[in-house]
Write a protein that binds this ligand. Structure first.
Ligand SMILES: Cc1cc2nc3c(=O)[nH]c(=O)nc-3n(C[C@H](O)[C@H](O)[C@H](O)COP(=O)(O)OP(=O)(O)OC[C@H]3O[C@@H](n4cnc5c(N)ncnc54)[C@H](O)[C@@H]3O)c2cc1C
Length: 268
């Protein structure tokens, strides 16, 4: 029982279960982005209704090839030996409920459990998928859209471009840390895409913030932005404080945190 000097252990609602899958295909969407197709009977019933949603990917611990399923202890998932499992969040880029496949696209940014796993992933490798986490509700009455993100947002921006009303303009700003990250987005008749290379030594988000600052945001335009947590916090402040944008007009999400491995999800 809780007492004033011994607070009750925190109990959180158990998140969606992990569904065991295995790698069916590995392709490159760009030299910086690996598209991994997972398949498995357990994907039955996994439906993703909104673009820019999320799934959690459970991978073998770094250096291991065997996958151990964690259990929920009321607060977090833990492996049987008490260690934290390797769990990262990705955009479910394509889900095919007929043939029970799901694609995620993973940025190969260097040293990170998922990035390194994706560099060498091969058919048959075991993993597990949980989700989905909520995505973005498109306001079909909006006069236009501004999409802004770094490389981790490329899969979500691709999906958004496939889903936005075709007769509305969409300005797209993408910050890339490497020129090889450029790719061809799905065609949207009203899209104007600009790539912004991050200058060497600049903190993540510096080029993105500059691009958003330089963009006219007409009345009613809906803004979607995602990227490094501190960077998108600056974008958020710029939109809401400098420009006075109504909060309901923008969705700004932190996708990763510089210098910190693991999951992050800040939202507006
Ligand atoms: C809702 C949501 C959707 C997301 N969708 C995608 C997606 O579709 N594709 C995708 O690649 N990522 C996506 N991300 C971001 C992804 O979860 C993180 O980048 C994650 O940290 C990558 O795991 P890792 O094991 O490679 O690196 P970690 O082990 O988590 O981190 C190791 C180090 O690398 C740094 N780091 C992490 N990511 C990057 C990066 N992209 N560039 C440079 N340094 C980095 C960390 O700060 C840390 O210092 C999404 C995140 C969220 C919350």
């Amino acid at each position: 029982m809780a007492s004033p000097d011994r607070p009750a252990a925190r109990v959180r609602r158990e998140p969606p279960r992990f569904r065991p899958v295995s790698v069916r295909r590995v392709e490159r969407s760009s030299p910086r982005l690996v598209r991994v197709t997972f398949a498995g009977r357990e994907l039955e019933g996994l439906t993703i209704e909104q673009p820019a949603a999320s799934v959690r990917l459970l991978l073998p611990s770094p250096g291991a090839s065997e996958l151990f399923m964690p259990s929920w202890n009321g607060n977090e998932f833990l492996l049987a030996d008490g260690r934290r499992p390797t769990i990262r969040t990705f955009t479910p880029r394509r889900v095919d409920p007929e043939i029970l496949e799901i694609d995620v696209e993973i940025v190969v940014h260097g040293s990170g459990a998922a990035s390194e796993w994706a560099e060498s992933a091969e058919g048959g490798a075991r993993a597990a998928i949980a989700g989905p986490g909520r995505g973005y509700t498109i306001d079909s009455d909006a006069p236009g859209f501004l999409l802004a993100g770094d490389e981790t947002a490329i899969p979500a921006i691709s999906q958004l471009l496939e889903s936005l009303p075709a007769d509305r303009p969409a300005r797209v700003h993408v910050e890339i840390a490497d020129t090889d990250a450029r790719l061809t987005f799905p065609h949207h008749p009203g899209a104007a895409v600009e790539w912004h290379e991050l200058p060497a030594g600049a903190p993540p988000g510096a080029a993105l913030l500059g691009a958003v600052r330089d963009t006219d945001i007409d009345r009613g335009i809906r803004v979607w932005a995602a990227g490094e947590a501190a960077a998108v916090q600056r974008v958020r402040r710029h939109l809401f404080e400098d420009r006075g944008l109504p909060r309901a007009q923008a969705s700004v999400r932190g996708y990763w945190k510089r210098g910190r491995p693991g999951d992050v999800d800040g939202d507006t």
